[in-house]
Design a protein around this ligand. Sequence first.
Ligand SMILES: Cc1cc2nc3c(=O)[nH]c(=O)nc-3n(C[C@H](O)[C@H](O)[C@H](O)COP(=O)(O)OP(=O)(O)OC[C@H]3O[C@@H](n4cnc5c(N)ncnc54)[C@H](O)[C@@H]3O)c2cc1C
Length: 479
Amino acid sequence: MFALNIKTWKLLPPTAPCFSNRSHRASTLSTVRMQKPQKPPSTSKPRRKSYGTSRKSILKKTFQQEQVTFTAPFSDEPVVAIIGGGIAGLICAIFLDKRGIRSTVFDTGIHGLGGRLGTRVIDANNNPLIFDHAAQFFTVNDSRFAELVNAWLDKGLVREWKGTVGELHNGGEFLPFLPSPPRYIATNGMRFLADSLLSETRLVNIERPRWISKLEPFNGMWHLSENGKPCGKFDAIVVAHNGKCANRLLMTSGLPLIAKQMKRLELSSIWALLAAFEDPLPFPGTTEVPFEGAFVRGIDSVSWMANNTKKLLASQSDGPNCWTFLSTAAYGKQNKVPQENIPTATATRVKEGMLEGVEAALGLSKGSLPKPFYTKLQLWGAALPTNTPGVPCIFDPLGRAGICGDWLLGSNIEAAVLSGIALANHIADYIQSPGADPGEFAVGLNHDFQPLEGHDIGQFPGLGSEGKMNEAQVYELAK
Ligand SMILES: Cc1cc2nc3c(=O)[nH]c(=O)nc-3n(C[C@H](O)[C@H](O)[C@H](O)COP(=O)(O)OP(=O)(O)OC[C@H]3O[C@@H](n4cnc5c(N)ncnc54)[C@H](O)[C@@H]3O)c2cc1C
């Protein structure tokens, strides 16, 4: 069970009129009290103004908004809106499904679900190029996550990554990690894992691509819309995304406590450079790079590099070599620009800077890194959390709204999964406890944040420096 944090929780007095609507289905005939009278959800186009709002104005609106209070019983067949189809939102939907609760997952993804479980597939003259361009692999720590991963292994959705992974030090010194703890990857790329997850659910509806731009409480329900176009009404909402988008969505939603916690989150920025080379990358003293993935040390611009062809298409012996290079968080910060509008000069500088970093890390002489025949640069402007409240989820029972996501517990897939499970079970417990004191279901609304430790691309429990092989062990393995 969660620790309750209800110190500053106040039930609001019954002030506003009842908004129940007799023409609704029986299940929505409940009475509801709002703290302030609500206007019906608008169907007109939103003014662009709110999305050009300054940080100061977002802060002011966030902290000044009044709390929404739903007091009516939940409808007989409650439906939860999950805004965000990353792994946390998807897992939340699966666990609500297990508890017999319907949900709709809204996600902006054009190519698929998954958010930061992202895979890009490019058809280059019938030679597919494949790149995991955010999450690379994961280790398993928690038993609940282990249970899920075992089921994914049985279904062939994930597999162990047996390729060599380790640390690459500036100048070409490579130290492999021990094979334990096992490292896992999604068999066909991270996005395809996300896209497969809901296949066995019965009560989950997916709306994609959908960008929820407004949340409005009305008649005991949350009304969602995308640029003025209604997207349905729901008994409860889950915010399964973070960053600027979430801050703007929550700024005027009537959820000040939730909005305040979201605003405290800090996120790094990471550049991803996808590069396809005709041949294997060279490495001093040997014919090709002796690893499939490496955390890069001592280079300003690069923190991680992985050969996706070797990782994902192990049986493909020739053809292009697709590498994902991820920057350090410091380099991301230093070269931060709006991710949706990257100036050409910045893109050129960053690409060159990262390729030079790769060259130096591999210990190659200046100008000797082969030229990639394909490159794609992307900025993850809200890449990884750098602080956390350390609670599995956040839930505001009066506003019937919760948050799940990696940042509540850490900065990796496992944290996102555990958070999704926790919020689903918490909402199900609340919905299935009619008459319970809402105050007892408040979670994480006042938790303080702590800095997060980890690699620039997240946390990998068990994969510590003590797990590095010494030369004798490498020799033993090679025999
Ligand atoms: C570069 C990089 C490398 C990483 N490497 C690793 C790694 O190797 N191992 C690891 O374990 N973790 C890694 N991570 C972290 C991992 O990817 C995340 O912890 C995890 O994917 C977070 O999942 P989430 O569901 O919390 O959030 P997200 O994946 O961000 O999901 C949020 C979703 O909500 C959608 N959304 C946002 N706003 C709206 C809206 N208004 N309406 C509808 N939908 C909306 C977004 O499009 C997105 O799909 C990496 C992250 C990055 C950026």
